[in-house]
Design a protein around this ligand. Structure first.
Ligand code: FAD
Length: 455
Protein backbone atom coordinates (compact mmCIF):
# COMPACT_ATOMS: atom_id res chain seq x y z
CA UNK A 1 0.00 0.00 0.00
CA UNK A 2 1.46 3.37 -1.02
CA UNK A 3 0.77 6.59 0.82
CA UNK A 4 0.57 8.58 -2.42
CA UNK A 5 0.12 7.29 -5.99
CA UNK A 6 0.76 9.97 -8.59
CA UNK A 7 -0.81 9.16 -11.95
CA UNK A 8 1.10 10.82 -14.77
CA UNK A 9 4.79 11.63 -14.91
CA UNK A 10 4.36 14.98 -16.66
CA UNK A 11 5.02 18.50 -15.36
CA UNK A 12 2.47 18.44 -12.54
CA UNK A 13 3.12 14.82 -11.52
CA UNK A 14 6.88 15.26 -11.34
CA UNK A 15 6.56 18.53 -9.39
CA UNK A 16 4.18 16.79 -6.98
CA UNK A 17 6.56 13.85 -6.59
CA UNK A 18 9.51 16.15 -5.79
CA UNK A 19 7.37 17.99 -3.24
CA UNK A 20 6.74 14.73 -1.34
CA UNK A 21 10.47 14.10 -0.90
CA UNK A 22 11.31 14.57 2.75
CA UNK A 23 7.66 14.42 3.86
CA UNK A 24 6.98 12.06 6.74
CA UNK A 25 3.87 10.67 8.34
CA UNK A 26 2.84 11.24 11.95
CA UNK A 27 5.21 8.53 13.12
CA UNK A 28 8.10 10.14 11.30
CA UNK A 29 8.23 7.52 8.53
CA UNK A 30 8.93 8.89 5.03
CA UNK A 31 5.84 8.76 2.83
CA UNK A 32 5.88 5.99 0.25
CA UNK A 33 5.25 7.52 -3.16
CA UNK A 34 4.93 6.04 -6.64
CA UNK A 35 4.64 7.81 -10.01
CA UNK A 36 2.72 5.80 -12.59
CA UNK A 37 3.38 6.83 -16.20
CA UNK A 38 1.91 5.21 -19.28
CA UNK A 39 4.74 6.17 -21.62
CA UNK A 40 8.09 4.37 -21.49
CA UNK A 41 9.63 7.42 -19.83
CA UNK A 42 8.44 10.36 -17.74
CA UNK A 43 8.36 13.94 -18.98
CA UNK A 44 8.14 13.41 -22.75
CA UNK A 45 6.08 16.59 -23.17
CA UNK A 46 8.28 18.55 -20.83
CA UNK A 47 11.21 17.92 -23.18
CA UNK A 48 9.24 19.48 -26.05
CA UNK A 49 8.20 22.61 -24.16
CA UNK A 50 9.39 26.04 -25.24
CA UNK A 51 10.97 24.51 -28.37
CA UNK A 52 13.16 22.36 -26.14
CA UNK A 53 14.01 25.29 -23.88
CA UNK A 54 11.13 24.90 -21.39
CA UNK A 55 9.41 28.20 -20.69
CA UNK A 56 8.77 27.56 -16.98
CA UNK A 57 6.85 30.70 -16.05
CA UNK A 58 6.55 34.42 -16.74
CA UNK A 59 7.42 37.65 -14.90
CA UNK A 60 3.87 38.88 -15.53
CA UNK A 61 1.79 36.61 -13.31
CA UNK A 62 -1.55 38.39 -13.65
CA UNK A 63 -4.51 36.04 -13.29
CA UNK A 64 -5.98 37.45 -16.51
CA UNK A 65 -3.62 35.07 -18.33
CA UNK A 66 -5.75 32.14 -17.16
CA UNK A 67 -9.14 30.95 -18.42
CA UNK A 68 -11.69 28.39 -17.23
CA UNK A 69 -13.91 27.64 -14.26
CA UNK A 70 -10.95 26.69 -12.02
CA UNK A 71 -9.58 30.26 -12.17
CA UNK A 72 -10.68 31.19 -8.63
CA UNK A 73 -9.19 28.03 -7.17
CA UNK A 74 -6.03 28.77 -9.15
CA UNK A 75 -5.90 32.22 -7.51
CA UNK A 76 -5.86 30.56 -4.11
CA UNK A 77 -3.22 28.00 -5.25
CA UNK A 78 -1.01 30.81 -6.59
CA UNK A 79 -1.44 32.75 -3.35
CA UNK A 80 0.18 29.96 -1.35
CA UNK A 81 2.48 28.58 -4.02
CA UNK A 82 3.48 32.04 -5.21
CA UNK A 83 6.34 32.96 -7.49
CA UNK A 84 8.90 33.12 -4.70
CA UNK A 85 7.91 29.59 -3.64
CA UNK A 86 8.12 28.39 -7.24
CA UNK A 87 11.52 30.01 -7.79
CA UNK A 88 12.79 28.39 -4.58
CA UNK A 89 11.37 25.04 -5.70
CA UNK A 90 13.39 25.27 -8.92
CA UNK A 91 16.51 26.65 -7.19
CA UNK A 92 16.44 23.70 -4.77
CA UNK A 93 16.68 21.49 -7.85
CA UNK A 94 19.56 23.59 -9.22
CA UNK A 95 17.47 25.44 -11.83
CA UNK A 96 17.99 29.22 -12.11
CA UNK A 97 15.80 31.39 -14.33
CA UNK A 98 16.85 33.46 -17.30
CA UNK A 99 14.46 35.89 -19.01
CA UNK A 100 13.52 35.72 -22.68
CA UNK A 101 11.15 37.85 -24.80
CA UNK A 102 7.69 38.81 -23.51
CA UNK A 103 8.71 38.18 -19.87
CA UNK A 104 9.19 34.43 -20.40
CA UNK A 105 11.35 32.69 -17.82
CA UNK A 106 13.45 29.70 -18.86
CA UNK A 107 16.04 27.58 -17.09
CA UNK A 108 19.40 29.34 -17.44
CA UNK A 109 20.70 26.31 -19.36
CA UNK A 110 17.90 26.91 -21.92
CA UNK A 111 17.48 23.15 -21.94
CA UNK A 112 14.25 21.39 -21.05
CA UNK A 113 16.30 18.23 -20.53
CA UNK A 114 18.08 19.86 -17.58
CA UNK A 115 14.69 20.53 -15.95
CA UNK A 116 13.54 16.94 -16.45
CA UNK A 117 16.87 15.54 -15.22
CA UNK A 118 16.72 17.72 -12.10
CA UNK A 119 13.17 16.60 -11.29
CA UNK A 120 13.95 12.92 -11.81
CA UNK A 121 17.21 13.16 -9.83
CA UNK A 122 15.35 14.60 -6.85
CA UNK A 123 12.72 11.85 -7.06
CA UNK A 124 15.27 9.10 -7.36
CA UNK A 125 17.38 10.35 -4.46
CA UNK A 126 14.23 10.85 -2.42
CA UNK A 127 13.10 7.27 -2.96
CA UNK A 128 10.07 8.00 -5.16
CA UNK A 129 9.34 4.98 -7.35
CA UNK A 130 8.88 5.57 -11.10
CA UNK A 131 6.70 2.98 -12.76
CA UNK A 132 6.70 3.65 -16.50
CA UNK A 133 4.93 1.79 -19.30
CA UNK A 134 1.96 1.54 -16.94
CA UNK A 135 -1.43 2.91 -17.89
CA UNK A 136 -4.09 3.57 -15.29
CA UNK A 137 -7.30 2.01 -16.59
CA UNK A 138 -9.55 2.24 -13.55
CA UNK A 139 -9.85 3.45 -10.01
CA UNK A 140 -12.00 2.21 -7.13
CA UNK A 141 -12.39 3.50 -3.59
CA UNK A 142 -12.63 0.56 -1.22
CA UNK A 143 -14.93 0.40 1.81
CA UNK A 144 -11.85 0.86 3.99
CA UNK A 145 -11.28 4.23 2.27
CA UNK A 146 -8.11 3.52 0.30
CA UNK A 147 -7.91 3.33 -3.50
CA UNK A 148 -7.41 0.31 -5.70
CA UNK A 149 -5.82 1.17 -9.04
CA UNK A 150 -6.13 -1.02 -12.12
CA UNK A 151 -3.14 -0.80 -14.44
CA UNK A 152 -2.18 -2.13 -17.82
CA UNK A 153 1.57 -2.68 -17.65
CA UNK A 154 3.83 -3.16 -20.63
CA UNK A 155 6.08 -6.17 -20.10
CA UNK A 156 9.18 -7.24 -21.94
CA UNK A 157 8.17 -10.08 -24.23
CA UNK A 158 9.90 -13.14 -22.70
CA UNK A 159 10.34 -14.62 -26.21
CA UNK A 160 11.99 -11.53 -27.52
CA UNK A 161 15.64 -12.35 -26.86
CA UNK A 162 15.58 -16.09 -27.32
CA UNK A 163 17.58 -17.22 -30.34
CA UNK A 164 15.51 -19.25 -32.74
CA UNK A 165 12.31 -17.87 -31.30
CA UNK A 166 11.43 -16.71 -34.77
CA UNK A 167 10.88 -13.26 -33.33
CA UNK A 168 13.89 -11.61 -34.92
CA UNK A 169 13.67 -9.36 -37.92
CA UNK A 170 16.89 -8.45 -39.76
CA UNK A 171 18.92 -9.63 -36.75
CA UNK A 172 16.97 -7.36 -34.41
CA UNK A 173 14.46 -8.71 -31.93
CA UNK A 174 10.93 -7.99 -33.11
CA UNK A 175 9.21 -5.65 -30.72
CA UNK A 176 5.89 -6.97 -29.63
CA UNK A 177 4.32 -5.21 -26.72
CA UNK A 178 2.82 -7.52 -24.13
CA UNK A 179 0.49 -6.03 -21.57
CA UNK A 180 -0.45 -7.43 -18.21
CA UNK A 181 -3.08 -6.30 -15.76
CA UNK A 182 -1.88 -5.25 -12.34
CA UNK A 183 -3.53 -3.89 -9.21
CA UNK A 184 -1.98 -1.46 -6.80
CA UNK A 185 -3.33 0.25 -3.67
CA UNK A 186 -2.78 3.71 -2.23
CA UNK A 187 -4.25 5.89 0.51
CA UNK A 188 -4.25 8.98 -1.71
CA UNK A 189 -4.13 9.43 -5.47
CA UNK A 190 -3.04 12.49 -7.43
CA UNK A 191 -4.48 12.69 -10.94
CA UNK A 192 -1.80 14.46 -12.99
CA UNK A 193 -2.83 12.93 -16.31
CA UNK A 194 -2.91 16.12 -18.40
CA UNK A 195 -5.39 17.01 -21.13
CA UNK A 196 -5.63 16.01 -24.78
CA UNK A 197 -3.09 18.29 -26.45
CA UNK A 198 -0.22 16.61 -28.33
CA UNK A 199 -1.30 13.03 -27.56
CA UNK A 200 1.87 11.77 -29.24
CA UNK A 201 3.69 13.07 -26.13
CA UNK A 202 1.54 11.15 -23.65
CA UNK A 203 -1.65 12.76 -22.39
CA UNK A 204 -4.57 11.74 -24.58
CA UNK A 205 -7.71 12.36 -22.57
CA UNK A 206 -7.51 9.49 -20.08
CA UNK A 207 -7.73 12.01 -17.22
CA UNK A 208 -11.12 13.40 -18.15
CA UNK A 209 -12.33 9.92 -19.19
CA UNK A 210 -11.50 8.80 -15.65
CA UNK A 211 -13.32 11.84 -14.22
CA UNK A 212 -16.45 10.99 -16.22
CA UNK A 213 -16.28 7.38 -15.03
CA UNK A 214 -16.35 8.79 -11.48
CA UNK A 215 -19.43 10.87 -12.35
CA UNK A 216 -17.46 14.10 -12.23
CA UNK A 217 -18.36 17.05 -14.47
CA UNK A 218 -16.05 17.94 -17.35
CA UNK A 219 -16.23 21.17 -19.38
CA UNK A 220 -16.04 20.54 -23.16
CA UNK A 221 -12.46 20.16 -24.31
CA UNK A 222 -10.94 21.79 -27.38
CA UNK A 223 -7.41 22.69 -28.48
CA UNK A 224 -5.68 26.03 -27.91
CA UNK A 225 -2.24 27.58 -28.39
CA UNK A 226 -2.25 26.27 -31.92
CA UNK A 227 -2.30 27.35 -35.56
CA UNK A 228 -5.36 29.04 -37.02
CA UNK A 229 -6.37 27.51 -40.34
CA UNK A 230 -7.30 29.87 -43.16
CA UNK A 231 -9.66 29.38 -46.06
CA UNK A 232 -7.60 30.87 -48.87
CA UNK A 233 -6.35 29.84 -52.31
CA UNK A 234 -3.02 31.50 -51.44
CA UNK A 235 -1.99 29.30 -48.48
CA UNK A 236 0.58 27.26 -50.43
CA UNK A 237 2.04 30.35 -52.14
CA UNK A 238 2.38 32.22 -48.85
CA UNK A 239 3.79 29.29 -46.89
CA UNK A 240 7.04 30.26 -45.15
CA UNK A 241 6.39 34.03 -45.32
CA UNK A 242 6.84 35.94 -42.07
CA UNK A 243 5.54 39.37 -41.23
CA UNK A 244 5.55 41.28 -37.95
CA UNK A 245 2.29 43.17 -37.49
CA UNK A 246 -0.80 43.74 -35.31
CA UNK A 247 -3.51 41.09 -35.78
CA UNK A 248 -7.18 41.57 -34.93
CA UNK A 249 -9.62 38.72 -34.42
CA UNK A 250 -13.22 39.37 -35.46
CA UNK A 251 -16.29 37.56 -34.15
CA UNK A 252 -18.50 38.07 -37.23
CA UNK A 253 -18.38 41.89 -37.40
CA UNK A 254 -17.29 42.56 -33.81
CA UNK A 255 -13.71 43.02 -32.68
CA UNK A 256 -13.00 40.07 -30.35
CA UNK A 257 -9.30 40.36 -29.48
CA UNK A 258 -5.99 41.56 -30.81
CA UNK A 259 -2.34 40.64 -30.54
CA UNK A 260 0.92 41.71 -32.12
CA UNK A 261 4.09 39.97 -33.24
CA UNK A 262 5.55 37.78 -35.93
CA UNK A 263 2.96 35.95 -38.03
CA UNK A 264 4.19 32.91 -39.90
CA UNK A 265 2.25 31.69 -42.93
CA UNK A 266 2.06 27.90 -43.26
CA UNK A 267 0.59 25.45 -45.78
CA UNK A 268 -2.85 25.60 -44.21
CA UNK A 269 -3.00 28.80 -42.25
CA UNK A 270 -1.08 31.03 -39.88
CA UNK A 271 1.06 30.50 -36.80
CA UNK A 272 3.46 32.56 -34.66
CA UNK A 273 3.09 34.14 -31.20
CA UNK A 274 0.10 36.47 -31.89
CA UNK A 275 -1.77 33.64 -33.61
CA UNK A 276 -1.14 31.19 -30.77
CA UNK A 277 -2.44 33.90 -28.41
CA UNK A 278 -5.63 34.33 -30.46
CA UNK A 279 -6.31 30.63 -31.08
CA UNK A 280 -8.28 30.05 -27.86
CA UNK A 281 -10.73 32.85 -28.57
CA UNK A 282 -10.98 31.76 -32.21
CA UNK A 283 -11.92 28.24 -31.09
CA UNK A 284 -14.58 29.72 -28.83
CA UNK A 285 -16.13 31.73 -31.68
CA UNK A 286 -16.17 28.75 -34.05
CA UNK A 287 -17.69 26.50 -31.38
CA UNK A 288 -20.55 29.00 -31.12
CA UNK A 289 -21.09 28.45 -34.85
CA UNK A 290 -20.15 32.04 -35.70
CA UNK A 291 -17.73 33.17 -38.37
CA UNK A 292 -14.22 34.27 -37.39
CA UNK A 293 -11.86 36.49 -39.35
CA UNK A 294 -8.34 37.81 -38.82
CA UNK A 295 -7.19 41.17 -40.10
CA UNK A 296 -3.51 41.99 -40.44
CA UNK A 297 -2.31 45.58 -40.50
CA UNK A 298 0.67 45.26 -42.83
CA UNK A 299 1.75 48.89 -42.36
CA UNK A 300 1.27 49.75 -38.67
CA UNK A 301 3.80 52.60 -38.86
CA UNK A 302 1.44 54.76 -41.00
CA UNK A 303 -2.21 55.72 -40.68
CA UNK A 304 -4.49 55.47 -43.70
CA UNK A 305 -3.92 59.05 -44.82
CA UNK A 306 -0.15 58.73 -44.60
CA UNK A 307 -0.21 55.40 -46.44
CA UNK A 308 -2.38 56.82 -49.21
CA UNK A 309 0.06 59.70 -49.68
CA UNK A 310 3.01 57.33 -49.59
CA UNK A 311 1.53 54.97 -52.19
CA UNK A 312 0.59 57.88 -54.48
CA UNK A 313 4.15 59.17 -54.34
CA UNK A 314 5.66 55.67 -54.79
CA UNK A 315 3.51 54.86 -57.82
CA UNK A 316 4.35 58.23 -59.36
CA UNK A 317 8.10 57.64 -58.87
CA UNK A 318 7.93 54.04 -60.17
CA UNK A 319 5.25 54.80 -62.77
CA UNK A 320 6.82 52.63 -65.50
CA UNK A 321 6.89 49.50 -63.35
CA UNK A 322 4.10 46.96 -63.01
CA UNK A 323 2.28 47.02 -59.68
CA UNK A 324 3.96 43.76 -58.70
CA UNK A 325 7.41 45.25 -59.43
CA UNK A 326 6.58 48.52 -57.73
CA UNK A 327 5.67 46.79 -54.47
CA UNK A 328 8.74 44.54 -54.38
CA UNK A 329 11.09 45.68 -51.69
CA UNK A 330 8.21 47.11 -49.69
CA UNK A 331 6.30 43.86 -49.01
CA UNK A 332 7.49 40.23 -48.90
CA UNK A 333 7.42 39.11 -52.56
CA UNK A 334 5.13 36.12 -51.98
CA UNK A 335 2.54 38.39 -50.43
CA UNK A 336 2.18 40.88 -53.30
CA UNK A 337 0.00 38.83 -55.66
CA UNK A 338 -2.48 37.70 -52.97
CA UNK A 339 -2.78 41.30 -51.79
CA UNK A 340 -3.33 42.69 -55.28
CA UNK A 341 -5.92 39.99 -56.02
CA UNK A 342 -7.70 40.70 -52.74
CA UNK A 343 -7.77 44.40 -53.62
CA UNK A 344 -9.15 43.52 -57.06
CA UNK A 345 -6.08 44.85 -58.88
CA UNK A 346 -4.24 43.38 -61.86
CA UNK A 347 -0.59 42.63 -61.06
CA UNK A 348 0.55 43.57 -64.57
CA UNK A 349 -1.10 46.97 -64.41
CA UNK A 350 1.43 49.77 -64.69
CA UNK A 351 1.85 51.87 -61.55
CA UNK A 352 1.31 55.05 -63.49
CA UNK A 353 -2.28 53.91 -64.17
CA UNK A 354 -3.15 53.84 -60.46
CA UNK A 355 -5.99 56.27 -59.83
CA UNK A 356 -6.98 57.65 -56.42
CA UNK A 357 -9.79 55.09 -55.88
CA UNK A 358 -7.51 52.17 -56.92
CA UNK A 359 -4.76 53.38 -54.57
CA UNK A 360 -7.44 53.67 -51.84
CA UNK A 361 -8.44 50.03 -52.41
CA UNK A 362 -4.86 48.84 -52.07
CA UNK A 363 -4.36 51.01 -48.97
CA UNK A 364 -7.49 49.52 -47.35
CA UNK A 365 -6.28 45.97 -48.05
CA UNK A 366 -2.80 46.64 -46.67
CA UNK A 367 -4.20 48.24 -43.48
CA UNK A 368 -6.67 45.40 -42.87
CA UNK A 369 -5.85 42.29 -44.85
CA UNK A 370 -8.73 39.98 -44.05
CA UNK A 371 -8.20 36.23 -43.68
CA UNK A 372 -11.24 33.97 -43.32
CA UNK A 373 -10.78 31.39 -40.57
CA UNK A 374 -11.81 27.84 -41.47
CA UNK A 375 -10.82 26.08 -38.23
CA UNK A 376 -8.25 25.89 -35.49
CA UNK A 377 -5.66 23.14 -35.54
CA UNK A 378 -6.39 19.72 -34.02
CA UNK A 379 -5.28 18.46 -30.60
CA UNK A 380 -2.35 16.76 -32.33
CA UNK A 381 -0.67 20.09 -33.02
CA UNK A 382 -1.93 22.07 -30.03
CA UNK A 383 -0.06 22.97 -26.86
CA UNK A 384 -2.92 23.06 -24.40
CA UNK A 385 -6.45 21.85 -23.73
CA UNK A 386 -9.33 24.19 -23.01
CA UNK A 387 -11.89 22.61 -20.65
CA UNK A 388 -11.52 19.71 -18.23
CA UNK A 389 -12.72 18.83 -14.74
CA UNK A 390 -14.80 21.77 -13.51
CA UNK A 391 -14.26 23.87 -10.39
CA UNK A 392 -17.39 22.58 -8.63
CA UNK A 393 -15.85 19.09 -8.56
CA UNK A 394 -12.86 20.04 -6.40
CA UNK A 395 -12.08 22.12 -3.34
CA UNK A 396 -9.38 24.76 -2.87
CA UNK A 397 -7.15 21.92 -1.68
CA UNK A 398 -7.58 20.34 -5.18
CA UNK A 399 -9.26 17.30 -3.61
CA UNK A 400 -12.60 16.07 -4.84
CA UNK A 401 -15.08 16.21 -1.91
CA UNK A 402 -16.95 13.27 -3.43
CA UNK A 403 -13.74 11.22 -3.48
CA UNK A 404 -11.75 11.81 -0.29
CA UNK A 405 -8.03 11.40 -0.88
CA UNK A 406 -8.34 11.94 -4.66
CA UNK A 407 -6.54 15.11 -5.84
CA UNK A 408 -6.48 16.75 -9.29
CA UNK A 409 -3.86 19.02 -10.77
CA UNK A 410 -2.45 20.43 -14.01
CA UNK A 411 -4.10 20.43 -17.40
CA UNK A 412 -6.77 17.81 -16.58
CA UNK A 413 -8.60 20.63 -14.76
CA UNK A 414 -10.74 23.25 -16.49
CA UNK A 415 -7.96 25.85 -16.57
CA UNK A 416 -5.67 26.87 -19.38
CA UNK A 417 -3.12 29.62 -19.53
CA UNK A 418 -1.89 31.90 -22.29
CA UNK A 419 1.24 31.12 -24.24
CA UNK A 420 4.32 32.33 -22.30
CA UNK A 421 4.98 29.88 -19.46
CA UNK A 422 1.54 30.08 -17.83
CA UNK A 423 0.66 26.41 -18.29
CA UNK A 424 3.85 25.02 -16.79
CA UNK A 425 3.47 27.54 -13.95
CA UNK A 426 0.00 26.15 -13.24
CA UNK A 427 1.13 22.51 -13.61
CA UNK A 428 4.00 23.05 -11.17
CA UNK A 429 2.09 25.13 -8.60
CA UNK A 430 -0.93 22.81 -8.60
CA UNK A 431 1.30 19.72 -8.39
CA UNK A 432 3.14 21.14 -5.38
CA UNK A 433 -0.14 22.16 -3.71
CA UNK A 434 -1.83 18.80 -4.30
CA UNK A 435 1.20 16.96 -2.87
CA UNK A 436 1.20 19.16 0.25
CA UNK A 437 -2.52 18.65 0.73
CA UNK A 438 -2.30 14.90 0.15
CA UNK A 439 0.36 14.68 2.87
CA UNK A 440 -1.85 16.72 5.21
CA UNK A 441 -4.85 14.51 4.35
CA UNK A 442 -2.85 11.38 5.27
CA UNK A 443 -2.46 12.82 8.77
CA UNK A 444 -6.23 13.17 9.11
CA UNK A 445 -7.05 9.56 8.24
CA UNK A 446 -5.17 8.17 11.20
CA UNK A 447 -2.28 5.80 10.79
CA UNK A 448 -1.54 5.07 7.17
CA UNK A 449 -0.50 1.48 6.53
CA UNK A 450 3.08 0.44 6.79
CA UNK A 451 3.76 1.73 3.31
CA UNK A 452 5.63 0.11 0.50
CA UNK A 453 9.43 0.08 0.57
CA UNK A 454 10.93 3.23 -1.00
CA UNK A 455 13.07 3.13 -4.09
C1 FAD B 1 4.84 21.20 -27.82
C2 FAD B 1 4.42 21.85 -26.51
C3 FAD B 1 5.15 22.90 -26.01
C4 FAD B 1 4.75 23.52 -24.80
N1 FAD B 1 5.51 24.52 -24.30
C5 FAD B 1 5.17 25.08 -23.14
C6 FAD B 1 6.01 26.07 -22.53
O1 FAD B 1 7.13 26.35 -23.00
N2 FAD B 1 5.55 26.67 -21.39
C7 FAD B 1 4.36 26.33 -20.80
O2 FAD B 1 4.01 26.91 -19.78
N3 FAD B 1 3.59 25.36 -21.32
C8 FAD B 1 3.98 24.72 -22.45
N4 FAD B 1 3.21 23.71 -22.95
C9 FAD B 1 2.02 23.26 -22.18
C10 FAD B 1 2.50 22.41 -20.98
O3 FAD B 1 3.51 21.52 -21.40
C11 FAD B 1 1.34 21.61 -20.36
O4 FAD B 1 0.28 22.46 -20.04
C12 FAD B 1 1.81 20.86 -19.11
O5 FAD B 1 2.81 19.94 -19.44
C13 FAD B 1 0.65 20.16 -18.43
O6 FAD B 1 1.16 19.42 -17.35
P1 FAD B 1 0.36 18.15 -16.82
O7 FAD B 1 1.24 17.50 -15.81
O8 FAD B 1 -1.00 18.54 -16.42
O9 FAD B 1 0.20 17.20 -18.08
P2 FAD B 1 1.31 16.50 -18.97
O10 FAD B 1 2.60 17.22 -18.89
O11 FAD B 1 0.68 16.30 -20.29
O12 FAD B 1 1.53 15.11 -18.25
C14 FAD B 1 0.52 14.13 -18.15
C15 FAD B 1 1.20 12.79 -18.04
O13 FAD B 1 0.24 11.80 -17.70
C16 FAD B 1 0.51 10.63 -18.44
N5 FAD B 1 -0.73 9.86 -18.54
C17 FAD B 1 -1.87 10.20 -19.19
N6 FAD B 1 -2.80 9.22 -19.07
C18 FAD B 1 -2.25 8.26 -18.27
C19 FAD B 1 -2.71 7.02 -17.78
N7 FAD B 1 -3.92 6.54 -18.09
N8 FAD B 1 -1.89 6.30 -16.98
C20 FAD B 1 -0.64 6.73 -16.67
N9 FAD B 1 -0.14 7.91 -17.14
C21 FAD B 1 -0.94 8.65 -17.93
C22 FAD B 1 0.97 11.16 -19.78
O14 FAD B 1 1.68 10.21 -20.52
C23 FAD B 1 1.83 12.35 -19.35
O15 FAD B 1 3.18 12.01 -19.16
C24 FAD B 1 3.59 23.07 -24.13
C25 FAD B 1 2.87 21.99 -24.65
C26 FAD B 1 3.28 21.37 -25.82
C27 FAD B 1 2.50 20.21 -26.36
Amino acid sequence: MYDIAIIGGGASGLAAACQTVGAVNKEGRPLSVIVIEKENRCGKKLLATGNGRCNLTNVDTDLSHYHGSVKEIAASVFEKTDDRVLQRFWQDLGIEYTQGDRGKLYPRSLQASSVLNALRRKMEKGGVIEKTGSRLTGLRRTKAGYYELSLLVEKKDPQEDKPGSGRTRGGKPSVKAVYEKEKLTAHTVLICMGGKASPQLGADGDGTRLARSLDMKVAPEYPAICRILIDSPYNKRLSGTKVTCPVTLWDQTDKAASAEGEVLFTDEGVSGPPILDLSRKTGQILRSRRKAFLTLDLCPEMNKGQLFAYFSQRFETLKDLSLEEALEGWLPKKMILPLLMTAGLDKSMVSGQMTGPLTGRLMDTVKAWTLTVSAIDSFKDAQVTVGGVTADQIGEDLMSPAWPGLFWCGEVLDLDGDCGGYNLRWATASGITAAQNAAAYLDTIGRPGKGAPRG
